[in-house]
Design a protein around this ligand. Structure first.
Ligand SMILES: *[C@@H]1O[C@H](CO)[C@@H](O)[C@H](O)[C@H]1NC(C)=O
Ligand SMILES: *[C@@H]1O[C@H](CO)[C@@H](O)[C@H](O)[C@H]1NC(C)=O
Ligand SMILES: *[C@@H]1O[C@H](CO)[C@@H](O)[C@H](O)[C@H]1NC(C)=O
Ligand SMILES: *[C@@H]1O[C@H](CO)[C@@H](O)[C@H](O)[C@H]1NC(C)=O
Ligand SMILES: *[C@@H]1O[C@H](CO)[C@@H](O)[C@H](O)[C@H]1NC(C)=O
Ligand SMILES: *[C@@H]1O[C@H](CO)[C@@H](O)[C@H](O)[C@H]1NC(C)=O
Ligand SMILES: *[C@@H]1O[C@H](CO)[C@@H](O)[C@H](O)[C@H]1NC(C)=O
Ligand SMILES: *[C@@H]1O[C@H](CO)[C@@H](O)[C@H](O)[C@H]1NC(C)=O
Length: 397
């Protein structure tokens, strides 16, 4: 009896792992229902396959938090409609920087892999948002995030292209063990007067375990920028084209809220033509939060024509210097190493290559610079710093 049970269990497991679901109504223009149906049938051990040459056009918000042990083999394309009116009324909302998304991934043990594309169809959004600012408190023109998770555990994405996200390309919320490997992201506008703004590569919030490896990111904002409460971060072998760099934060934005980022290793990253390279950013001002960043290592970073290669900024965004002096940031920063950062700055900041301005209202200690070799068009790069405690390893003038 016991033997039979074991044999049956094994047979079921084998069947489940080989269960491939391919839905057949992909000739219709809109196939949101077929997409949900495919993933639902594959759920609990199967694989939903979208073959090369097949396009799913999604026109309705999708809640995918029911997933458990499922794979999406995406060799074709998933594209979202650009019905701005629909999406601004129908989406998943998260209060952090008033984020909205087309769909919400979640559940456990979810893998998306293949050579296919997820396309945010961003052009209409870029045109519509022209002249606006995401961090403007009066902004009400929200744009969807292309890939959003909430309460996801063990989610892996491999090989997929993410194109033309209307806003952030990814945002992981209250999730654990998120792994992206060998992905390609590009957001570009065909209209010079409406840029693909805020199309960040990677953002996170309350996430433990975030790994990004072997990827190529060409977007109109941060390449990688974990937000509040992200721990155990690994980034390795990343190429960032354009972008606002590989940042920690911003954090400390919301009054009364403790934010932190800890245990991050970011290595072998090439940044070309970015506004900043390796950057830590935290808020100051009369009505902001507090927190810490701890144990952050940037290693083997190559910059080419980057405006500000190494930056520690505790007066983030458009807050006036005088206001930051009056209400300094309360985000403590400790054990941060920038090691083997090489290459060239663009020269827009003169000879400043390393710019570390710590807040007088927080501790800033254990900041190390090792093997920094930066050039500027005006000559050898300089280091500028303020308020670093025990600046043993930082040659502050
Ligand atoms: C889908 O379109 C292709 C090419 O037009 C056609 O050969 C095929 O029969 C269609 N499939 C369905 C399910 O309608
Ligand atoms: C380009 O964007 C601007 C600003 O949104 C808009 O006014 C203009 O119509 C767009 N041009 C084209 C060709 O779409
Ligand atoms: C995520 O988990 C939290 C806490 O259990 C819960 O309040 C929230 O509704 C969940 N979100 C989703 C989308 O299930
Ligand atoms: C680094 O990532 C690139 C893709 O951007 C890939 O082609 C290359 O093989 C990766 N290197 C290693 C050692 O995995
Ligand atoms: C480091 O980055 C370079 C340039 O992207 C890539 O060619 C190389 O494979 C990477 N090496 C490792 C070990 O990731
Ligand atoms: C971060 O975690 C702390 C401690 O658990 C919590 O008090 C705080 O609200 C969290 N911050 C955010 C932005 O959720
Ligand atoms: C610092 O972070 C690294 C991961 O980047 C981790 O391996 C290490 O244990 C952390 N050190 C401490 C003291 O927490
Ligand atoms: C920041 O450091 C100060 C001084 O050591 C300490 O009093 C405060 O509690 C720290 N804040 C956080 C959020 O760790």
């Amino acid at each position: 009896m016991k033997l039979l049970f074991t044999a049956l269990a094994a047979a079921t497991a084998t069947l489940a792992s080989e269960r491939h679901i391919v839905t057949r109504d992909y000739n219709s223009t809109l196939n949101t229902d077929a997409f949900i149906d495919g993933l639902t049938k594959a759920n609990n051990g199967g694989t939903f396959v979208i073959p090369a040459g097949v396009t799913y056009t999604l026109d309705k918000k999708l809640d995918l938090t029911f997933l458990k042990d499922v794979q999406l083999q995406l060799d074709g394309t998933i594209i979202f409609t650009d019905d701005i009116e629909y999406w601004q009324k129908n989406n998943f909302y998260h209060p952090f920087q008033k984020s909205i998304s087309f769909w919400r991934w979640g559940g456990e043990d979810v893998k998306i892999f293949g050579s296919g594309t997820i396309d945010g169809n961003g052009q209409a959004w870029y045109d519509g948002f022209s002249g606006l600012e995401i961090l403007d408190p009066d902004n009400t023109y929200y744009r969807p995030i292309l890939f959003y998770t909430e309460n996801a555990t063990n989610l892996e994405v491999q090989g997929i292209k993410f194109l033309n996200s209307p806003c952030w390309t990814t945002f992981f919320v209250t999730s654990k063990n998120i792994v992206f490997d060998n992905v390609y992201m590009k957001s570009a506008s065909t209209n010079a007067s409406s840029l693909p703004k805020n199309t960040d590569g990677f953002d996170s919030y309350n996430v433990d375990g975030l790994t990004v490896t072997n990827s190529y990111i060409d977007v109109g904002d941060d390449c990688f920028s974990p937000k509040p409460n992200t721990t155990n971060i690994l980034v390795r072998n990343l190429t960032c084209i354009g972008t606002h760099g590989v940042s920690m934060g911003s954090i400390g934005q919301y009054p009364g809220t403790l934010d932190y980022i800890s245990n991050a290793l970011l290595e072998n990253i090439t940044l070309i033509g970015a506004t900043t390279g390796a950057r830590l950013k935290a808020w100051a001002g009369p009505n902001v939060g507090y927190g810490y960043m701890r144990n952050i290592t940037y290693r083997d970073i190559i910059v080419e024509r980057v405006d500000a290669p190494i930056v520690l900024d505790q007066c983030y965004f458009s807050v006036e210097d005088a206001v930051c002096r009056e209400y300094p940031s309360r985000v403590n920063i400790s054990d941060v190493t920038f090691e083997n950062v090489r290459g060239s700055s663009s020269g827009v900041n003169g000879r400043v290559g390393v710019d570390l301005k710590c807040s007088p209202g927080a501790t800033c200690e254990g900041i190390h610079l090792k093997g920094i070799q930066l050039t500027t068009p005006q000559g050898e790069a300089q280091t500028v710093c303020e308020n670093i405690a025990g600046a043993e390893a930082v040659p502050c003038p």
